[in-house]
Design a protein around this ligand. Structure first.
Ligand code: GAR
Length: 189
């Protein structure tokens, strides 16, 4: 199974995929790692000798042009799956349709609660006692696609956004690797 992994930031979820492949715990080929801007995740890919690219919105005339450029770049690697591992951009319906059912996103909340860019902050602000992580298929909505896997994480007294997000990410990294493994083994349709 060939995958393209998309990132926007620190890339710790990407690193868990890289580590699992390196350790022969995950039998996938990481064809490339892409981002919307230079970031630590891209450096992690380069450090591991993985092909990498940046397609930045600021280099394109408008949103549609950026989506088409990103779509073509991803397609050039002929991936079986595209993994949004901390990719903080919303892509358009045409891009989703090009890879229909084959884009997988990880989100730091128990969807359908707290979609969007601030899943951890929004859950804390709401006062929930349990939140978590969701790995799901991307559809044309924002964090609305079919759920593949979830893990719960308790909110502790005194949690701030950073502390809670770190505990979520500890769960997220293994849930994402396990889900990709299941996809590669055909365990999830
Ligand atoms: C992850 O927690 C991921 O779920 C979140 O960004 C973090 C990236 O961490 N994504 C979203 O919030 C998408 N809406 P990482 O760069 O260290 O893997």
């Amino acid at each position: 199974m060939r995958i393209v992994v998309m990132v926007s930031g620190s890339g710790t979820n990407l690193q868990s995929i890289l580590d699992a492949v390196q350790a022969d715990l995950l039998d996938v080929e990481i064809a490339a790692v892409g981002a919307d801007k230079p970031c630590r995740g891209i450096e992690r890919a380069a450090d591991s000798g993985i092909e990498n690219f940046v397609v930045s919105p600021s280099d394109h005339a408008d949103r549609a042009a950026w989506n088409r450029a990103l779509e073509e770049k991803i397609a050039s690697y002929a991936p079986d799956y595209v993994i949004f591992a901390g990719f903080m951009r919303i892509v358009d319906a045409d891009l989703v349709g090009r890879f229909e059912g084959r884009i997988v996103n990880t989100h730091p909340a128990l969807l359908p609660s707290f979609p969007g860019a601030h899943g951890v902050r929004d859950a804390l602000a709401h006062g929930v006692k349990i939140t978590g992580v969701t790995v799901h298929v991307v559809d044309s909505g924002v964090d609305t696609g079919p759920i593949l896997a979830q893990a719960a994480v308790p909110v502790l007294d005194g949690d701030d956004e950073e502390a809670l997000h770190e505990r979520i990410k500890a769960q997220e990294r293994s849930l994402l690797v396990t889900t990709i493994k299941n996809l590669s083994g055909g365990a999830i349709d």
